[in-house]
Design a protein around this ligand. Sequence first.
Ligand SMILES: [Zn+2]
Length: 283
Amino acid sequence: MSKKETQERSHPCAAFDMEDPVEAYEHMDYRIVEDYGDKAYGHYLYTWDDGHRMLAKCQACGGYILIQSSEFHSMSDESSDSYYTDWFPVSSPEEADELNRKYDGFQIETEFEDRYLTRTNGSLSWAGKKTETGASEGSTKRSYEKYTGLILGGSGAALLILAILELVDVGMIPIIIYALAFLAALFLMSRREKSMFPQWEGLRWRIPSSKILCLLGIFVGLLLAENLMDTDAPLLIFGIFAAGMLAPLQNFLNAKKYHMDDLDSIEELTEKYPEASEEMVVK
Ligand SMILES: [Zn+2]
């Protein structure tokens, strides 16, 4: 077989094109072609306490899959240990090895460019950077996030359009200054929060206070605009925005219910509140 032929035949498993994570999981009928073990290129190939990474080939479609399985060992008793498996689409053994070289266990979960399939204590879902653009959502937490983002983005854009339309008006200058100062503060805050709570990366329940502040900020901005301009447009936008405030309410209540700011990891969350893991993936 020539090199060109090998490349043409080499592709990721078709499971990664599927919408339903369960359907994707059921499609995969793989055998392990290579076990990379638990360590390579000077870093660990798993998250938490134990695990390993393997290259597999799907017997249903001939595509490649990079598998990372990890374990979290409970301090209290063995029966509450947690198990995680990630399945990453790779086109070839070379690509799999490149991922091994580039990323350790935690890095591959946050840095992987495409969508990957993940199972946490039996719950299957899509994860990774392209989850939002992927066909499947698979969980309410993501749709909440999407909805909130849409409302926030829309309100912000509407405010900006208002500002541009009224730019010649001197009365708008305080609003523009306000918006710039607000955005700068928000940017710094969300960066800080990201480093403070890396454990909630990927889990959209915990609403960062920067987001709550963002909601309040937009509200204040619209009130300012309403007072400074001779138009009812800000009120209209506020109506849409108020509707949007209801969207993250469920997330906020979940975060409160499970005391997430006092927890250190998703594992601790599911360990202390097993019912939480059932709510995480709804599909
Ligand atoms: Zn396949």
